[in-house]
Design a protein around this ligand. Structure first.
Ligand SMILES: *[C@@H]1O[C@H](CO)[C@@H](O)[C@H](O)[C@H]1NC(C)=O
Ligand SMILES: *[C@@H]1O[C@H](CO)[C@@H](O)[C@H](O)[C@H]1NC(C)=O
Ligand SMILES: *[C@@H]1O[C@H](CO)[C@@H](O)[C@H](O)[C@H]1NC(C)=O
Ligand SMILES: *[C@@H]1O[C@H](CO)[C@@H](O)[C@H](O)[C@H]1NC(C)=O
Ligand SMILES: *[C@@H]1O[C@H](CO)[C@@H](O)[C@H](O)[C@H]1NC(C)=O
Ligand SMILES: *[C@@H]1O[C@H](CO)[C@@H](O)[C@H](O)[C@H]1NC(C)=O
Ligand SMILES: *[C@@H]1O[C@H](CO)[C@@H](O)[C@H](O)[C@H]1NC(C)=O
Ligand SMILES: *[C@@H]1O[C@H](CO)[C@@H](O)[C@H](O)[C@H]1NC(C)=O
Ligand SMILES: *[C@@H]1O[C@H](CO)[C@@H](O)[C@H](O)[C@H]1NC(C)=O
Length: 325
C-alpha cells in the first residue's frame, strides 16, 4: 500500500496531472451511498472511491495564526478583534509527512513558497501566478458573504489576503483526493472545488475558537505578563481533544534576559496553532476525530516557566468584525 501511494505521488509530481488517480471515473462519486471510511491509516486509492474518502492526505491540520499586525494596515488589511485568524486546512499524510503544489494546472499562488514542488532545486518549478486573484473566483458563484468572511478572518501578514488564499489553495488543497475536480462530476463548474475548499477550511476553523479557549483559562494577550507552554498546551488539549502543535517565533529563550544561560532554546512569542484531525468520509462533511500532534513535533516554543509572550495586537491593526466568527 505504501509503495502504491508513493507511486501516485511520484506520478503526480512528474506529470502535474489534474487527476490524482487517472483511473478514477468522473461519474461514480455518490458518497452518500458509501460507508464513510476513515482517513488514517490510509485507504488504498485503487480499492476505494478517493472522492469519498481522503486517500491522499488523511491527517488534516486546521491551522491558525496569532499576528499582532498585518503590515498592510494602510490598505485596510486589519486583524479581527479578539480572535485568532485562519491559516489553512492542510492534508498531511497519515505518517505526518506531506507533499505540496500537487496540480500545477490549478496554480493560483502569486508567490510560490517553496518555488519547486519538492522544495529542492531539482523539483518541478512552480511558476508564480499572475492572473486575477483567487478571491475573484467567488463572484460567479455569488459567494460575496464568503468573501467578506475571508477578508475578516483569513488574514495574511505582509501579503494581500487573496494572494495568501491562492497560496493555501494551490500549495495544499490541490493535494487532497477529495477536492479533485473529477469528484464534482460531469457538471463541474470551473473553480467549484476552490469554493468548496474555502468553505471547508472555514467549517473547521469555526470549531476551534482558540482565543476563547485560552481566555477561559485566563490566558489572554498581554504585553506585561508571560505564560507557560504547558498551560497553553493543557488548555487547548482539553478543549480540542488532541494536543495541537503550538508554534512560536521571536527570540530563543536562551537569548533573552530571563533565559540567559538556560538550555531551553525554544522560541518565546506565541504565533501559531495546528489542530490535528482524522476524518470519516469526505473532509467537507466534517466527521472528524481529534488526534494528537506527533510526539516528536509538539512545539518549537520554550518550555521554561513563564517563557512565552502572547502579545497584545498593535494599536491600529485591529477592527471589530462586522460578520460573526
Ligand atoms: C509517508 O507516507 C507517504 C504516503 O504514503 C509516503 O510516500 C512517504 O514515503 C511516507 N514517509 C515516511 C517517512 O514514511
Ligand atoms: C461505477 O459504478 C458502476 C456500477 O455500479 C461500477 O460497475 C463501477 O465499478 C463504478 N466505477 C468506479 C470507478 O467506482
Ligand atoms: C527558488 O528559491 C530559491 C531560494 O529558496 C532561490 O535561491 C532560487 O533562485 C529560486 N529559483 C528560481 C528559479 O526562482
Ligand atoms: C534532489 O536534490 C536533493 C537535495 O537538494 C537530493 O537529496 C535528492 O536526492 C535529489 N533528487 C534527485 C532525484 O536527484
Ligand atoms: C541559544 O541557542 C541556540 C540554539 O541552540 C544557539 O545557537 C545560541 O548560540 C544560543 N545562544 C546563547 C546566547 O546561548
Ligand atoms: C550566566 O552564566 C554566567 C557565567 O557562567 C554567570 O556569570 C551569570 O551569572 C549567569 N547568569 C544567570 C542569569 O544565571
Ligand atoms: C494524546 O496525548 C495525551 C496526553 O499525553 C494522552 O493522554 C492521550 O492518550 C493521547 N491520545 C492519543 C490518541 O494518543
Ligand atoms: C505589544 O507588543 C507587541 C510586541 O512587541 C507589539 O507588536 C504590539 O504593538 C504591542 N501592543 C500594544 C497594544 O502595545
Ligand atoms: C495602545 O492603546 C492603549 C489604549 O487604547 C494605550 O494605553 C497604549 O499606550 C497604546 N500603546 C501604544 C504602544 O501606543
Amino acid at each position: 500500500m505504501l509503495s502504491k501511494s508513493f507511486a501516485a505521488v511520484a506520478l503526480l509530481v512528474a506529470s502535474a496531472s489534474a487527476q490524482l488517480y487517472p483511473d478514477q471515473s468522473p461519474l461514480n462519486h455518490t458518497c452518500a451511498l458509501q460507508k464513510p471510511l476513515f482517513s488514517c491509516p490510509p485507504q488504498d486509492p485503487l480499492l476505494v472511491d478517493s472522492c469519498c474518502v481522503e486517500t491522499f492526505g488523511g491527517l488534516l491540520l486546521s491551522t491558525q495564526f496569532w499576528d499582532t499586525y498585518t503590515g498592510l494596515e494602510s490598505k485596510g488589511q486589519l486583524l479581527p478583534k479578539d480572535v485568532w485568524t485562519l491559516h489553512g486546512l492542510w492534508p498531511d499524510f497519515c505518517n505526518g509527512s506531506y507533499t505540496q503544489y500537487c496540480d500545477l494546472t490549478r496554480q493560483y499562488d502569486p508567490i510560490p513558497s517553496p518555488n519547486t514542488t519538492t522544495g529542492t532545486p531539482n523539483g518541478t518549478f512552480v511558476p508564480p501566478y499572475t492572473g486575477p486573484n483567487i478571491g475573484t473566483f467567488l463572484a460567479p458563484f455569488g459567494k460575496y458573504d464568503l468573501l467578506e468572511y475571508m477578508n475578516t478572518y483569513w488574514i495574511a501578514q505582509n501579503q494581500d489576503n487573496a494572494g495568501f488564499w491562492g497560496h493555501e489553495f494551490s500549495k495544499h488543497a490541490t493535494c487532497y483526493s477529495t477536492f479533485n475536480t473529477q469528484c464534482y462530476g460531469p457538471q463541474y463548474r470551473e473553480h467549484e472545488e476552490v469554493v468548496d475548499f474555502f468553505e471547508t477550511a472555514i467549517k473547521y476553523y469555526k470549531r476551534f475558537p482558540t482565543f476563547d479557549w485560552l481566555k477561559a483559562a485566563e490566558i489572554t494577550p498581554s504585553n506585561s505578563t508571560t505564560y507557560t507552554y504547558s498551560a497553553i498546551r493543557d488548555t487547548l488539549f482539553e478543549q480540542h481533544g488532541g494536543i495541537p502543535f503550538i508554534g512560536c517565533s521571536g527570540q530563543r529563550y536562551n537569548t533573552t534576559d530571563a533565559g540567559k544561560n538556560s538550555t531551553d532554546t525554544g522560541y518565546t512569542v506565541l504565533t501559531e496553532i495546528w489542530y490535528y484531525e482524522y476524518v470519516y468520509g469526505r473532509p467537507q462533511e466534517g466527521g472528524t476525530v481529534p488526534v494528537n500532534a506527533s510526539s516528536t513535533y509538539l512545539t518549537n516554543c520554550a518550555k521554561a516557566d513563564g517563557a512565552i509572550h502572547y502579545y497584545e495586537r498593535t494599536n491600529g491593526s485591529v477592527r471589530v468584525p462586522t460578520v460573526p466568527f
